[in-house]
Design a binder for this molecule. Structure first.
Ligand code: DX5
Ligand code: ZN
Length: 216
């Protein structure tokens, strides 16, 4: 499988959200990455369900919803109704991760789990077979436009090994500080999905930037 690109609308122009979603529709992007922040799990608030519903109205690609919120079980149905195709929760935000993952799947969504930069891959050993995706944060979550953390490469290699040994079908998604400078190395290490916010939306020609990332 060739790798997937998921532009993050956290870096979009919220005053022109429809325009920016249509740009993604017309690009080689595979998914639309949607970052939900609650001001508790991370020190920032982004947007919630009504905004995602508006995005879904115009989106022609799957919504890849990344929840940076505490106790996400409270809102699984709401995000399903808002149009999420894949719902990713943080390992660090769930007391009963197995239950949360099963609840996401019971709603007919794909289930992802995200790890913060300091969380070791080994914590996934007993859940990896249940996952459709693992999202490795390559910055500390909460903000776009931060610098990529180099330790991520080591974690991708460890995660690829865990996935292969267990027979899991989970995809590896990398989120934070992705650019044309690190994309190739990330893919070589074993990444399947690259999220890119600032690098896409702050570029002069976002459609072309997405194509560059897609065709590495
Ligand atoms: C950060 C978010 C990322 C963010 C990435 O907490 O999870 O998805 O949008 O933005 P860039 O690509 O600018 O680092
Ligand atoms: Zn994200």
């Amino acid at each position: 499988m060739s790798h997937l690109i998921a532009p993050s609308i956290l870096a979009a122009d919220f005053g022109n959200l429809q325009r920016d979603i249509e740009m993604i529709n017309n690009s080689e992007a595979d998914w639309i990455h949607v970052d939900v922040m609650d001001g508790l799990f991370v020190p920032n608030i982004s947007f919630g369900v009504p905004v995602i519903k508006a995005v879904q109205k115009h989106a022609k690609k799957m919504l890849d919803v990344h929840l940076m919120i505490v106790d996400p079980d409270r809102y699984i149905v709401n995000f399903k109704n808002a149009g999420a195709g894949l719902l990713t929760v943080h390992y660090e935000a769930c007391n009963h991760l197995n239950r949360t993952v099963q609840a996401i799947k019971a709603e007919g969504m794909q289930a992802g789990v995200s790890l913060n930069p300091h969380t070791p891959i080994a914590v996934l050993e007993d859940i990896i077979l249940d996952l459709d995706l693992v999202l490795l944060m390559s910055v500390n979550p909460g903000f776009g436009g931060q610098q990529f953390i180099e330790n991520t490469y080591k974690k991708i290699i460890q995660l690829r090994d865990l996935i292969d040994k267990s027979g899991s079908k989970a995809l590896i998604e990398i989120d934070g500080g992705v650019t044309d400078k690190n994309a190739h190395k990330l893919l070589t290490a074993g990444a399947d999905v690259l999220v890119a916010g600032s690098f896409v939306f702050k570029s002069e020609n976002p459609i072309q930037t997405i194509a560059e990332l897609k065709n590495f």
